[in-house]
Design a protein around this ligand. Structure first.
Ligand SMILES: Cc1ncc(COP(=O)(O)O)c(C=O)c1O
Length: 383
């Protein structure tokens, strides 16, 4: 059987990884400023993570959600304390799209309404309503086109107010920082406005923190730079440091009933062990503070190299927006300097490294970037 060929692949085969480095089958060592798409939070193959996950596997790896699983309660307790949402409830699932799908479903159950608002350049996943609310027609199959999805301009509160007037909207969903769409940070007054409009119109506010959450922005959640309390917060990616796990943090005012949501694999023993290990390492190694410091260092240094590109982001979620296409620059970084980076569209390099990235490793990137950028400029100038 062949694989279903949907991914354009680099010709690199990672074989092992440690901290912020990945080694391929040729023995080449790469600095990972991509984190496997913002997934590696505490660093690759962290010893505490390995102990927790392998120790759990030696005891019990899985049982269904029909029995007691104290690891779920331990995870909820730790996540509540560390995120500042101790009074919220946690529903566990397996991926980001699934977390959003469950949040959307909850909002519809609670309000009895069907319509949802999202924003231009949003990415919320590839399942049914999550993809309908994603601003990319290429990944929306005809069956997922929905009249219940209203996609509005980003940072424009007047448009939101107009759309809410009919009183048919169950929830507004917004990323803490838009990731796939190009590191776009919602303005403070926009987020505050969404919070108050949601309350006024009996609709919920869903913060998709799947990419921007779990410490990446220099706060536990990116929306915590602003004084708002969403009704639902979705998480995945960094939560399991590579173990597939997702979750919805649910406002205490939302009451569950038996069977309201459900999943076979969500919250299994291994996923909980991985997620608990992540929170323990984040706390003991002060990774959120590290993300803020290293992120600030990177952004300051990068903005001083040239004014031919724009730098934006928070913590270790950084975008470099160029006026030219970045394919060649990214290829030089990868092939000549052995550095993984991400992209957004054709003109942006996206940095999403492990939250443990040190100042010295960030410095190595800066040195390589300067040379790679100079090389691209030279080619541009000399044709
Ligand atoms: C903001 C955001 N929401 C949702 C998702 C979907 O997550 P998953 O790929 O785990 O389904 C992503 C993935 O990139 C994301 O960045």
């Amino acid at each position: 059987m062949k694989l279903f060929d949907v991914y354009p692949l680099f010709d690199i085969t990672p074989e092992r990884a440690q901290g912020c480095y990945v080694w391929d089958t040729n023995g080449d060592k790469y600095l990972d400023l991509y984190g496997g798409h913002a997934v590696i939070s505490i660093g690759h193959s962290h010893p505490h993570y390995i102990n927790r996950v392998s120790g759990q596997l030696n005891k019990i790896g899985f049982y269904s959600n029909s029995v007691q699983n104290p690891l779920q309660a331990e995870l909820a307790q730790k996540l509540g304390r560390q995120s500042g949402y101790g009074d919220y409830q946690l529903f566990l699932c397996n991926s980001g799209a699934e977390a959003n799908e469950n949040a959307i479903k909850l909002a519809s159950f609670i309000t009895g309404k069907k319509k949802f608002i999202s924003f231009k350049k949003a990415f919320h996943g590839r399942t049914s309503m999550a993809v309908a609310l994603t601003d990319n027609p290429k990944i929306i199959a005809p069956v997922n086109e929905s009249l219940n999805a209203i996609i509005l301009p980003f940072n424009n509160i007047d448009e939101v107010e107009k759309a809410l007037a009919e009183n048919e909207v169950a929830a507004i969903i917004i990323e803490g920082i838009q990731g796939v769409g190009g590191i776009n940070i919602p303005e403070e007054r926009f987020l505050m406005g969404l919070g108050s409009l949601a309350k006024k119109h009996n609709c919920l506010l869903i913060l998709d923190e799947i990419q921007s959450g779990y410490g990446r922005s220099g706060k536990f959640f990116a929306h915590q730079y602003v004084d708002i309390s969403p009704d639902l917060i979705t998480v995945a990616k960094g939560m399991g440091n590579g173990f597939p796990v997702g979750g919805v943090l649910i406002h205490p005012g939302i009451k569950p009933w038996a069977g309201m949501l459900g999943t076979t694999f969500g919250g299994n023993h291994l996923a909980c062990a991985a997620s608990i290990a992540v929170l323990e390492v984040m706390e003991s190694e002060k990774l959120i503070e590290n993300a803020e410091n290293t992120g600030n260092f990177l952004m300051k240094e990068l903005s001083q190299i040239s004014n031919e590109y724009k730098v934006r982001g928070k913590g270790l979620m950084i975008g470099l927006e160029f006026r030219f296409e970045i394919q060649q620059l990214r290829r030089i970084l990868l092939n000549d300097y052995k550095i993984f980076t991400g992209v957004s569209g054709k003109n942006m390099i996206r940095l999403l490294p492990p939250l443990s990235l040190s100042i010295s490793q960030a410095g190595d990137f800066i040195q390589a970037f300067k040379k790679a950028f100079a090389c691209v400029k030279l080619v541009e100038e000399t044709g």
